[in-house]
Write a protein that binds this ligand. Structure first.
Ligand SMILES: [Zn+2]
Length: 462
């Protein structure tokens, strides 16, 4: 649908008015995403529409750090949109079009507010196209560090957790608004560009520039979207019938042979325990970015240096716990990190290492006055959301306690049911508790309260 004429505009307004007139005033009419904002990131997220797809055309020249981009967002209106917001703090905006027609907008460097000439009606699909150009940069948060669009020696890598997507494309940065993605990346010929998902056909060379297209066909939260541009050597094979694509920067230490092999082994091991792998490809990228962390970017985690086995186990576990089943808000990040850490413990248990119970016992010996027990695992606070003790280790300990109470049969049934019920969707701690109680028939309120919402060392299980 492009360039409506005046008559069409009038017709659309009448159609929207009729839709409004007949619309139910029930809360559901306000949109399907619940509260407008995340308690930890109140500036992020927007109401009134549901993004279906992001098509990101990114032309990047590493030597100039120059990005010339066009993002086309396909969304469904949940009310008549005389105005709507997008999260965006990237390079200068050059134009905004809604359904092909130029749209007035205002932008304060953080929130892009668009006022379409013809407001999309409730229930209608519409497109927003945003052209922008300039030098993107990362977000440097005093508590959370560097994330978003990060320039590297030979290119750039985008690592968005928790809200860095806005540094390189306009986005509805709400964990609950998952969408599919297409990345069309143009670079000087000889530079390699990778992204989430599967490569679509061969790269297209046009003069001295090459365009490669990647697609993520399964729903993805924006914090898991990724591009990596630079000098990479790429290894491809098939594992479990899907492409395994890994890459490494030859300027860094080591190569990707261990990553490639181990990624396939770990994926197969996980699938046998938690249910089918959620995506259509797998892999990993080793890119010396200097950010100080690895990230479970969907289908293809990014590592700073060649990872050891435990790190690969952690990031591949996230493909189930975090990427497919995603929290509804960042307060519940223990659902990502506690699970991924607990899967590391399960892997050790299954590969001649200590049992998960032993790992738990060693940590539980930490004295009650140790800061280890200080924060609440189920609500660590925005600035402590990546606290290793409270969120990762005590998150995993919570799961070990749950396993002890439920027994192995019900606990592993819970993990599989969790994956099946919330596949490609969102869930919170309450959803986990309800599912665990349904499977076990036990009241788990005291356990969840003591381990997630109480500061201090919980008492031993009676
Ligand atoms: Zn993690």
């Amino acid at each position: 649908m492009r360039r409506r004429e005046r008559l069409a505009a009038a017709t659309a307004s009448i159609a929207c008015a009729l839709a409004l007139f007949t619309a139910s005033p029930a809360p559901a009419a306000q949109g399907g995403h619940g509260p407008a904002t995340d308690p930890y990131f109140p500036l992020d997220g927007n109401r009134g529409y549901d993004v279906q797809h992001y098509d990101l055309g990114l032309d990047y020249t590493p030597a100039a750090h120059l990005l010339v981009a066009e993002a086309t967002i396909t969304a469904k209106a949940e009310r008549t949109l005389s105005e709507f917001g997008l999260d965006y703090s990237g390079p200068q905006i050059e134009r905004v079009l809604v359904n092909g027609a130029a749209a007035p907008y205002r932008w304060d460097g953080r929130k892009l507010v668009v006022s379409p000439a013809v407001p999309p009606c409730r229930g209608e699909s519409f497109t927003v196209r945003v052209g922008y150009r300039g030098e993107p940069g990362p977000i440097d948060d005093p508590a959370l560090g560097i994330y978003g669009w990060v320039t590297t020696e030979d290119g750039a890598v985008a690592l968005n957790e928790p809200d860095g997507a806005r540094s390189w494309y306009p986005v509805n940065d709400d964990l609950r608004d998952k969408a599919t993605y297409t990345f069309r990346i143009t670079t000087p010929t000889g530079v390699t560009a990778l992204a989430n998902g599967e490569q679509q056909g061969a790269p297209v060379v046009d003069g001295d520039r090459t365009t490669v297209t990647w697609a993520m066909a399964k729903p993805m939260a924006s914090y898991l979207s990724m591009v990596a541009i630079g000098n990479f050597r790429v290894t491809r094979s098939l594992v479990g019938g899907i492409p395994n694509t890994t890459a490494y920067d030859p300027a860094g230490a080591g190569d990707d042979s261990f990553l490639h092999r181990t990624t396939g082994e770990v994926m197969t091991w996980d699938a046998a325990r938690f249910g089918p792998y959620p995506f259509d490809s797998v892999g990993g990228i080793i890119d010396p970015s200097g950010v100080g962390y690895s990230l479970e970017t969907q289908s293809r985690p990014v590592y700073e240096t060649p990872p050891d086995e435990g790190l690969i186990v952690h990031e591949i576990a996230h493909q189930w716990f975090g990427d497919s089943v995603t929290p509804k808000s960042w307060q519940d990040i223990w659902l990502n990190e506690g699970f991924a850490t607990y899967v590391e413990w399960l892997w050790q248990e299954d590969h001649g290492g200590p049992s998960a119970r032993q790992t738990f016992d060693d940590l539980y010996a930490t004295p009650a006055d140790d800061p280890f027990w200080l924060l609440k695992t189920g609500d660590p606070g925005r600035d402590q959301m990546f606290d290793y003790n409270a969120v990762y280790l005590r998150g995993a300990m919570t799961l070990q306690q749950l396993r002890t109470v439920l027994g192995d049969h019900d606990f592993f049934a819970l993990l599989r049911a969790w994956q099946e019920k919330y596949r490609h969707a969102n869930a919170d701690t309450g959803d986990l508790r309800r599912l665990a109680e349904r499977i076990s028939g036990k009241d788990l309120g005291p356990l969840f309260q003591a381990w997630l919402y109480t500061e201090g060392k919980p008492a031993p299980l009676s």
